[in-house]
Design a protein around this ligand. Sequence first.
Ligand code: ADP
Ligand code: MG
Length: 470
Amino acid sequence: MPDQKHNLVWNNCLQIIQDIIPPSSFKTWFDPIKAVKFYNSVLTIEVPSHFFREYLEEHFIDLIGKTLRRVIGQEAKLEYNVRVVSNEETVTLPQQNSQELTNRSVPFPNQNGNFANPFVIPGLQQRQIDPQLNPNYNFNNFIEGECNRLARAAGLNIAMNPGKNTFNPLFLYGGSGLGKTHLAQAIGIDIKEKYPEKIVLYVSANRFQTQFMDAANVKNKLTDFLHFYQMIDVLIIDDVHEFAGKPGTQNAFFHIFSHLHNIGKQLILTSDKAPSEMIDLEQRLLSRFKWGLVAELIPPDFETRVSILKAKSYNDGITLPEDVINYLANSITTNVREIEGTLISLLAQSTLTHRKITLELAETLTEKFVSKNKIEISVGKIQKIVCDYFKISSESFLSQSRKREFVQARQIAMYLSRNLTNNSLASIGAQIGGRDHATVLHAYNTVKDLIDTNRSFRKYVSDIEKQLKS
Ligand code: ADP
Ligand code: MG
């Protein structure tokens, strides 16, 4: 009999609540609740997540309190069971009783310092969180180009109105050295300047993962971990592709993400892949990544490379000769980190050997430091070699013609581009005659199958690959 008592009590409450709040809220916030126990005027309900409990407390606690007293009497009390379930661990978060329910302050990490949070500066009157931002990564020195125009504009827009814009989350993706970290940090810095009171936090996905693992098996620590992240106004997580294959971390992040997004806080995420290309990541996370703006950073074009070289050398107090700039911009095409690296070696060489920076010095250096081991394979280079190999013109290659030999050449180029470059499927498609990402994926799978089943085909691909790498 006692089994049914809690259901009876809770159903009576639900009938009252249902008449008061809109059906959609009722469905979202009351349907998922299960009554689990009723004893000594204490009703225990189970809610699906920690975030859910907080939401209930923030929005419905008066209503629930009044209703309970009406159904049970003045002595009524409420207890929660919050269950956070993940593949790595199951944690029942601490219960709370009805006296505590009236206290609606945002739960902060333990003030007694049990949780040594690495981001909290100790000894300050009011707790402050070190945003972990690098002042060298700001908007002033982030050069605008076609390659980053959309992402940069979105970033500036977010900084004006963090959380209250259509770019939430902002998901930045692209190959390495293309400015994801720089841009994400620049947004954080701009927000801190405009809104010093906002709590901004930059954290790498790896660090987040380590913190989570440290906290995961200790009950109070996990609560503190979740609370800590849930009070952030602007959360920047770098390299979220690192969450792949880590279901527990993904689950914790999911709850934090949902909570922050729901209350209008800003999320900025970076990744080396587009959401549609990420594997081993939960669907519910991937779909949320696409709620705001997904923006790709691509390798800079010639003009932008020139601007970057000029800006960076200017910052170092030198003016590079035009021919040196042109030479460098022509020979280093892969990413901005590479451009920076070469420039630094050039400056070092010229200072150490007391030589002027000339085209000759630049040539020797790039040969030494870039060409031999570093020049990466680009989609353009793959296209050229494939066209030469099959003796077809690049117009035919890029055309819409469905002639078999053209289709095959394009498919091989797409396959190799996916294997040998950092470009996303979408960007490969865009560079090979404006095809979409599904076409590239299809080409990739076709070529993969043919390599396994067709010997002459296998030879084409390996010949071309050899030429590319030589
Ligand atoms: P990612 O995170 O995409 O791997 P980073 O943000 O670390 O790349 O960028 C690599 C280097 O290139 C950094 O030193 C950064 O300052 C510089 N950089 C990237 N993009 C730009 C840009 N548009 N303007 C100026 N510097 C840039
Ligand atoms: Mg980075």
